[in-house]
Design a protein around this ligand. Sequence first.
Ligand SMILES: [Zn+2]
Ligand SMILES: [Zn+2]
Length: 388
Amino acid sequence: MPAKRDYYEVLGVAKSASADEIKRAYRKAAAANHPDRNPGDDEAVDRFKEAAEAYDVLSNDDKRQLYDRLGHDAFSRGGGGGRGPTAGFQDLEEIFGAFGGVFEGLFGGAQRGGGGRGGPRASKGDSLRCRIQLELKEAAFGCSKTVEVDRDELCEDCKGSGAKAGSSPVKCDYCGGRGQVIQQQAFFRIQTTCPACKGAGEVVREKCGSCSGSGRKSKRARLDVRVPAGVEDGMQLCLRGEGDPGDRGGPRGDLYCELHIKPHPLFERDGSNLHCTVPISFTQAALGTSFEIPLLDGKHVLEIPPGTQPGDVLKIARQGMPHYQTQRKGDVLVEVQVEIPRKLGPRQEELIRELAELEHKNVSSHQKSFLEKLKSLFVASDESEEQP
Ligand SMILES: [Zn+2]
Ligand SMILES: [Zn+2]
């Protein structure tokens, strides 16, 4: 596509041309290139369009000033011909729209009462947050908690209007009650929230003494929250419609309760499984034992079989946490930690020394498999490990 021609050049006038000269030049060009006079001549059609575009800009003082300053960039992003002033107009609106404040400062002069779309709209209230602390047991079985939250309530004296008893808010005359104003300068219009009434469309002349005209009062609300079984740390429960009231009759916002589960002295949670570590003596590990382990709900007698190894994990099935959606329960996984005595009495030492002497002659199965593992490191073979 050829470079876009200068609008003054298109109309064949000087940059200093008067409005009249521009009009005459356009009429001449339009007449000469009118499609009716030039049937089948595409170039004439292009010239006709080009002249119309040039005239559209140069015949309007504001557009012309902008064009004089910025050239074709004023009407199209990325240069290149083919885009009419209409497309450029939209681009500008986008560009300036993003800098509403700057735009307002530059051009000022809000057009009062400029027809916005519809009246002020009701808006949803703010959402609020709170925290709920839970014991692991409460998370496992679900519970009900009372939360206290400071939230706004509509002022009872003015029913939320903010106006003194006997008076009522009046239509905002800055925006004519629309809540929106149109900024009109040059050839673009931008709609913004009315600065006088902040979008409400009405203003309070005589303020309600009870709420100082805000229409709201902060109140502490106590709410019962049902916490379902299986919730996890960091999850949020959303209580619809328990936040701040909306503006202009809009719905209340929501209340988000963030759940925090306190650490448990015995169990560590991993999804729906619960892990714990149980220390036993090496004689208990060797000979086997059983003991009672406290669960979240009740107790369980855990059997430690003879020959239990350090790090062995014993499973208590279906005694873990329920999944919060499926309610399917996980397991309790008990890791066995074998403790070696730090101090021995004379009799204990005597017995262990005797045991050691015995082991010199008869290597224990555990020791044996360890030696075999060592051996297999030196023998380049892929013998499978022998389990005792
Ligand atoms: Zn009030
Ligand atoms: Zn207003």
